[in-house]
Ligand binder design. Structure first.
Ligand code: BES
Ligand code: MN
Ligand code: ZN
Length: 486
């Protein structure tokens, strides 16, 4: 938990303190502490007992006039080289190692170029992200009271802290959804989760069932669901934050609750992580939550096609031909290229519901991991100005995106089928680009960004701002982009 503290009385404070320390510390306003420590602080710094090296933590035990029995110093390196990313990493690292209520001195993390308000938001975000855990199925998980972080600043930063917490809580919710295995999170469960949030915030929400999908001709999502006993859901939630404006941004997220590959079955090792094939849905919903909770003046449509991709005698077979909602037919040359099939109908539906701009997110291709690794999200667009704006938001949140090419010749490749309009997985072509080219067939002229988060939705190891598992990638960038709009 995070709370703002406007007063710090060092004669009475008992909480351990968290203090950031730059290598050029002489300008830092921490030397009121020094007289209480009988000049031990300056001595310890000069002797290097307290390290100012970036992300090095030095626990310090004052013996003198202070009631505080422990101070954690965390090195921040040179103040001129300090960035928002480094700040979050340092705060993430220190909060992960703390087990009791403590007081963080916000000003000590301030470099000459950041405002205290921005810093407060960063700090609240970092603390909330770093303390996320997925331990709800451990019968002996930690039942102790959550640690309270008191953030002390001379300036009132209450609102800034709240903003940071909202950004991070939505990211953590996306992580939580990602981390739930399929037996704990079916398409129905995902629909219930989003419905509950929508009802709690008096938003319009609609969950389309299989029968309605049949009437609407959603052959893509129905095809993928065909082998399953779990019903598919098409989840649509609406947020009208600016009714005067005709612009509506659709957030469309791939919601495959488990991807076995279908009859083009994945080998065992490649099935690891496929509980997270709804990471796009999770992040789209996370960004939606931020907009709603911050009451941003934008209109949003959340569109989530949700189903598993499994096999049975009824399942889709290689070579099957599906008719999607916009009338285009698809030869399913690979049942494992299922994400684009469900997204095809979701994109068509989003347009039909009035979307004037679309951002889709999907754990779509292994190929994007080969191209960009697991720290960089692949971005595709049909509208350069739109992606340029989005890039600015990504620069602010320290989430990396990299634009991938999409050329008219790629549309030719995706249309290369002897029997249908489209081929869902042309052989010998670049995988991530083919997936994007397939989606592009369904967006038409509507300004569109496609984010392939197959590499970035999951962390293979713990990091300063979170544990191994779902990352909630792009929640903050999309929210920041929406905030920049008006
Ligand atoms: N969900 C996978 C993509 C994926 C791979 C996500 C690794 C996260 C980690 C997607 O449905 C898929 O199977 N894609 C295939 C497409 C191919 C058959 C054209 C792939 O990338 O191999
Ligand atoms: Mn697949
Ligand atoms: Zn998939």
């Amino acid at each position: 938990m995070i709370q703002f503290k406007s007063n710090l009385n060092l004669e009475t404070e008992v909480n351990p303190l968290i203090i950031g320390i730059f290598s050029d510390f002489s300008h830092q306003d921490i030397f009121q502490l020094d007289y209480l420590l009988n000049n031990k602080l300056l001595d310890s710094l000069n002797e290097g007992i307290i390290s100012t090296k970036f992300k090095t933590v030095t626990p310090f035990y004052p013996l003198d006039k202070l009631k505080v029995k422990k101070i954690y110093f965390i090195g921040l390196g040179k103040s001129s080289e300090f960035t928002s990313e480094k700040c979050k990493e340092a705060i993430g690292k220190i909060t992960k190692s703390i087990t009791s209520n403590s007081t963080l001195l916000l000003e000590t993390f301030q470099s000459p170029t950041t405002s205290i308000h921005e810093l407060a938001t960063l700090c609240a975000e970092a603390v909330t992200l770093a303390t996320y855990k997925f331990d709800c199925y451990k019968t002996e998980h930690d039942h102790s009271e959550p640690v309270t972080f008191s953030i002390y600043s001379k300036t009132d930063v209450t609102n800034d802290l709240t903003r940071g917490v909202i950004y991070a809580e939505a990211t953590n919710d996306a992580r939580q959804l990602f981390n739930q295995p399929n037996n704990k999170l079916t398409a129905t469960d995902l629909a219930n989760h989003i419905t509950k949030f929508s009802h709690d915030h008096q938003l319009e929400v609609q969950v389309l069932e299989k029968e309605e999908m049949k009437q609407l001709g959603m052959g893509g999502i129905l095809g993928v669901n065909q082998g399953s006993t779990e019903p598919p859901k098409l989840i649509v939630a609406k947020y009208e934050g600016n009714p005067q404006l005709d612009e509506v941004t659709a957030l469309v997220g791939k919601g495959i609750t488990f991807d076995t590959g279908g009859y083009c079955l994945k080998p065992r090792a490649s099935m690891d992580g496929m509980k997270g094939d709804m990471g796009g849905a999770a992040s789209a919903f996370g960004a939606f939550q931020v907009a709603v909770r911050l009451k941003l003046p934008v209109n949003l449509l959340l569109v989530i096609p949700a189903t598993d991709n499994v096999i049975s005698a009824q399942a889709m077979k290689p070579g099957d031909i599906l008719t999607t909602m916009n009338g285009k037919t698809v030869e399913v040359t690979n049942t494992d290229a299922e994400g684009r099939l469900v997204l095809a109908d979701a994109l068509t539906f989003a347009k039909q519901l009035g979307a004037t701009k679309i951002i889709d997110l999907a754990t779509l291709t292994g190929a994007i991991i080969v191209a960009l690794g697991s720290d960089v999200t692949g971005a595709f667009t049909n509208d350069q100005a739109f992606l340029d704006e989005f890039q600015k938001a990504a620069n602010q949140t320290d989430e990396y995106i990299w634009q991938m090419p999409l050329h008219p010749r790629d549309q030719k490749s995706i249309r290369n089928s002897d029997v249908a309009d489209l081929n869902n997985a042309p052989l010998g072509k670049p995988g991530a680009i083919m997936a994007a080219a397939f989606l592009k067939e369904f967006v038409g002229d509507t300004p569109w960004i496609h984010l392939d988060i197959a590499g970035t939705a999951e962390a293979k190891a713990a990091y300063d701002l979170g544990p191994k598992g779902g990352t909630g990638v792009m929640v903050r960038t999309i929210a920041k982009y929406l905030e920049s709009q008006h």
